[in-house]
Design a protein around this ligand. Structure first.
Ligand code: ATP
Ligand code: ZN
Length: 305
């Protein structure tokens, strides 16, 4: 059930995020890194950001797609797994799904996987025929089974899906997996990944008022800045002029480094560059072998291109 709330104000974006769960901390962190000050709520359902025209609605993640598609919220942060399951459910019920994905985010990564008791053999999807599969994602599971032309029974369980085989409620499960440790603890093994998911920022697909559109443009630019900076590093090093061409080639994802003279040494220069990709120890070792010295790799907090 969606909470009953009034429509959003004309000049403030309303964003729904998960109140308490795996996406909550990362969603709040993202907002904070975008310069939007919000604290995790204790009791309140709706919080006004102090320094940005956005109100945050704290809800269960399952309610977020519906709140956005129905226009109760302008924006939502939700896993693609929940989004796609809700969209399939609404489509089958004949309801329109008016939403757009504005950004795929760098957190909430997981996969929806079919898992079987460890001792059960598995050669391919055909081995699932005739089984009872317990899941909280019946529509995604059925869609995958249909694509593979497998006849199996799908039973809906809303919690603790992983214990269903032990309780004799099902032969297999289709559940979210991140590290696989929950499966292992329940003596299950994943045999098929049916859906890969990340958190996304979704928006209601109807025109926004000008003030909200403006705020959204700023928010999206800041999210891009945060996500770009997450992997990016600022690298500084000293390089012999003769080795400069080779050293530039070794820098991962960098364009146009800055070259500066070094006081008192004509044979060397200082090189500063933004690397868009992770800089590994191996890269630093290659740079050193190529003649670089005094190599510093610094994190970047924000970026605007
Ligand atoms: P709520 O009370 O809000 O309904 P929930 O128990 O349904 O919470 P969580 O377990 O907090 O949901 O997961 C929220 C989302 O986090 C998932 O739908 C998925 O997109 C993502 N996620 C990331 N890693 C995992 C994981 N290891 N297991 C389950 N979900 C994960
Ligand atoms: Zn949920």
């Amino acid at each position: 059930m969606s909470p009953i709330v009034t429509p959003p104000a004309k000049d403030r974006l309303r964003l729904a995020i998960q109140k308490s769960g795996r996406l909550s901390t990362d969603s709040l962190d993202l907002l904070n890194r975008c310069g939007i000050k919000v604290k995790a709520p204790k009791e309140k359902l709706l919080l006004h950001a102090e320094n940005f025209p956005v109100d945050i609605l704290f809800v269960r993640d399952d309610d977020i797609p519906q709140l956005v598609m129905d226009g109760v919220c302008d924006l939502g942060i939700v896993g693609e797994n929940v989004l796609e399951e809700t969209a399939l459910e609404r489509t089958s019920g004949g309801t329109h799904n008016p939403y757009v994905v504005d950004r795929r985010l760098d957190f909430g990564g997981c996969r929806l996987a079919v898992a079987l008791p460890e001792e059960r053999g598995y050669a391919g999807p055909a081995d699932l025929a005739g089984l009872r599969i317990a899941t909280s994602y019946p529509r995604l599971t059925k869609r995958w089974l249909q694509e593979k032309a497998i006849q199996a029974e799908v039973v809906l369980l809303t919690g603790s899906v992983e214990i269903a085989p032990r309780l004799g409620l099902a032969d297999a499960i289709c559940d979210l997996v991140a590290t696989g440790s929950t499966l292992e603890a329940n003596r299950l093994r994943a045999v098929e990944t049916i859906f890969k998911s990340k958190a996304t920022l979704i928006r209601c697909d109807r025109p926004l008022e000008a003030a909200k559109r403006h705020a959204l443009d700023i928010l999206l630019r800041r999210i891009d800045g945060v996500q770009l900076a997450a992997e990016a590093k600022y690298i500084m090093l000293h390089a012999p002029k003769s080795a400069l061409a080779e050293i530039k080639k070794l820098l991962p994802g960098s364009e146009n480094p800055t070259i500066l003279p070094l006081a008192g040494d004509d044979s060397k220069v200082a090189l500063h560059a933004v690397c868009q990709e992770a800089v590994f120890w191996e890269t630093m070792e290659s740079l050193k072998r190529a003649g670089a010295s005094a190599i510093l790799v610094l994190p970047i907090e924000k970026m605007m291109m």
